[in-house]
Design a protein around this ligand. Structure first.
Ligand code: AFP
Length: 346
């Protein structure tokens, strides 16, 4: 039999289309000390569900899947139809994948036990964040955290499997359904971003080794409640204005976070006198983004301490969030603490 070596063609038709998410995951699989392909499979399952949600999101105006579902979730927030669709899609993908034993979702009051005796992992997910933006065609996102279960495989799910601090995450990521759809994730070895190519149905590596600028000039906060902010935060926002920083806030955490990660800035969802724990959820919003921020050289705190060190005490626990460029987060935190001290000293 005659053989010949493969020689890539010089023709433009043979240009590389880039690295697919699948291939990238496979290449990087060896980075996990406990790697055996399961974590890679979960990432693939999430990517598959993201493609479906992306398709549904793009048809939202046409397919009668916009608008409210007619029920509220455990947060008391009105569920949108796409919230429900996304929740089903991600849960289904994680169930079929077979690597996950339990899912915590913003849309479900309780932990979903997948009854999977061989599942080593727990996933916390906000299937569709910023869903009040769906009907007005503004970017929305999915946020996910992956943990290894703490108790032996095959035994009943225990609270300690679920209530793990963010520093125990083995992977985390988000999907941004924006002007293009992106999946960004970390497994604790830097952060990489992939852009969806709809005609090929694949995510391609587009943002390798993402790094948060040390400093920035964008601040993202809903100032509508500024009269309820802590005094230190009011001062910090004044400072941002004195420096003529840009205010950018669209009310979709993933989109606001992503912008600041690329351009340099701080996203703040603070405690207020009305909501001392803020609005965002620790387990399936703050933790994932905090892990990504830190892996990209950024920072995430609740204004007084590291997000990833918070030990959760309840499933849908809320936390204030200060996240983004490290110099900005440190400065904001210093304002909060300095002013608080002054108040205490009087
Ligand atoms: P929805 O999913 O209800 O739209 O909430 C989105 C969100 O959790 C987060 O994505 C935003 O940053 C934040 O709430 C916006 O909240 P405010 O409307 O209070 O600014």
């Amino acid at each position: 039999m005659k053989t010949k070596y493969y020689k890539p063609s010089d023709s433009s038709i043979a240009y590389s289309v880039g690295t697919t998410l699948d291939r990238f995951i496979k290449i990087k699989q060896d980075e996990f000390s406990f790697a055996s392909g399961e974590l890679s499979q979960i990432l693939r399952d999430i990517a598959l569900a993201a493609k479906i949600v992306n398709r549904e999101t793009n048809r939202a105006g046409l397919a009668n899947i916009g608008g409210a579902f007619g029920q509220t979730n455990v947060q008391g927030e009105e569920q949108q139809k796409l919230d429900v669709i996304a929740n089903i899609r991600f849960t289904r993908a994680l169930t079929k994948g077979g690597e996950v034993c339990a899912v915590v979702s913003e849309e479900d009051d309780e932990v979903i036990d997948l009854q999977n005796g061989s599942g080593k992992y727990v996933v916390a997910i906000d299937p569709l964040d910023g869903s009040s933006n769906i009907d007005v065609n503004i970017s929305i996102g999915t946020i996910f955290s992956i943990y290894r279960r703490a108790t032996p495989i095959g035994s009943p799910i225990q609270p300690e499997d679920i209530m793990q601090p963010g520093c125990q995450q083995v992977a985390a990521g988000y999907v941004l359904y924006g002007s293009s759809t992106m999946l960004v994730y970390t497994t604790g070895h830097g952060v990489n971003g992939f852009t969806y190519e709809p005609s090929l149905g694949e995510f391609f590596l587009s943002h390798p080794n993402m790094c948060a600028p040390k400093d920035g000039d964008i601040y993202s906060i809903n100032e509508g409640t500024s009269n309820l902010f802590e005094p230190g935060l009011k001062k910090y926002i004044e400072l941002c204005k004195e420096r003529q920083f840009s205010a950018r806030y669209i009310g979709s955490l993933v989109a606001d976070f992503h912008r600041n990660l690329l351009k340099g800035g701080i996203y703040i969802y603070p405690a207020t006198s009305k909501s001392p724990k803020g609005k965002l959820r620790l387990l399936y919003e703050a933790n994932a983004l905090a892990f990504i921020a830190e892996q990209a050289g950024g920072m995430a705190t609740d204004g007084y301490g590291r997000i990833l060190d918070i030990k959760p005490t309840s499933l849908h626990q809320r936390t204030p969030l200060f996240i983004g460029s490290p110099n900005m987060v440190v400065e904001a935190e210093n304002y909060l603490k300095a002013f608080q001290e002054r108040v205490v000293e009087k």
